[in-house]
Ligand binder design. Structure first.
Ligand code: AMP
Length: 286
């Protein structure tokens, strides 16, 4: 595995081989590991697997955890190497952003009016800006993103279409702890007590997917009660059912949708979602 920390280096390494990119913010966990291994198998023997580790300042809002976001470069390097990475790209902020840089990519606002959009103004603009930079430097044929960040995946797909970028964006399933909690770099912020309550998120989302009532409000009410009673240390930021493609809120579950939630446990903001099939159709998993 080659480690590259600057933009000239990653450009120089353009090899003509098909490239698969897995962008991350580091503090890698077994969910990332699975994503990287999926990248390896998509790249095959001939292709090149690039993993980027970059804590992107422009996607963090004021008062968010940019400074305290966990950084574990040594562990990240060994995980990447073991998972079959060819190139680990770990640039500094100065490498990716010019001083005082203002221009950036705007996320499609049709996709950011729900879920994390209103909670984190500017977040998806920062995501689009950095992903576009990574795409233009690394020139991947395929980029892999987790469905754990479903809205991010939708926004990046849209940006890729709008900017006509020659990248196939693929979504990968969410990897969970045994008790259902979605793996996340932010789980390490949780106290033992908060950690014990956190599986309530997925349990509530599963209740939404298994509930056959067409009305979203009824499903959400039951799930909200579940979180409130089983995770009293959590503060629900949102719990919504939205169309899987457009991210528009649905009052009736009459098309492929996701149920998604964000819950704060102290400083830790956890998100999760599940795919749900239209009412009266078998569920599509999640
Ligand atoms: P992050 O480092 O949190 O920005 O995540 C990097 C990539 O890994 C994103 O595409 C995430 O959606 C994905 N990811 C994070 N957690 C998981 C998980 N538990 N299962 C699958 N993919 C994940």
């Amino acid at each position: 595995m080659i480690i590259i920390d600057n933009t000239e280096g990653i450009r120089r390494h353009s090899s003509g081989k098909p490239r698969v990119l897995v962008p991350t913010m580091g503090a890698l966990h077994p969910g990332h590991d699975r994503l990287i291994r999926k990248g390896r198998s998509l790249a095959g023997k001939e292709g090149q697997l690039v993993v980027s580790v970059f804590v992107n300042p422009t996607q963090f809002g004021d008062g968010e955890d940019f400074e305290s976001y966990p950084r574990t470069p040594g562990e990240d390097q060994s995980l990447c190497s073991t998972a079959g990475t060819d190139i680990l790209f770990q640039p500094t902020v100065e490498q990716l952003y010019s001083e005082g840089e203002e221009a950036g990519i705007k996320a499609d606002t049709r996709l950011t009016g729900t879920l994390c959009g209103p909670d984190r103004p500017g977040h998806f603009d920062g995501v689009c800006t950095v992903v576009e930079k990574l795409f233009s430097l690394i020139e991947p044929d395929i980029a892999l993103f987790g469905k754990k960040d479903y809205q991010q995946l939708a926004v990046i797909r849209q940006m890729t279409r709008d900017l006509k970028l020659p990248v196939r964006v693929i979504g990968a399933e969410t990897i969970r702890e045994e008790d259902g909690l979605a793996m996340s770099s932010r789980n390490r912020y949780l106290s033992a007590q908060q950690r014990a309550q956190a599986p309530a998120l997925f349990k509530a989302l599963k209740s939404i997917s298994e509930n056959n009532t067409p009305e979203s409000a009824a499903r959400i009410k039951t799930a909200r009660n579940m979180i409130t009673s089983e995770a009293p240390l959590g503060k629900i930021s949102y719990l919504q059912i939205v169309d899987r493609q457009t991210m528009q809120e649905l009052s009736t579950v009459d098309r492929p949708a996701i149920a998604a939630t964000a819950v704060h446990f102290g400083n830790a903001r956890l998100i999760d979602n599940i795919e749900i099939a239209p009412a009266n159709q078998p569920n599509a998993g999640g």
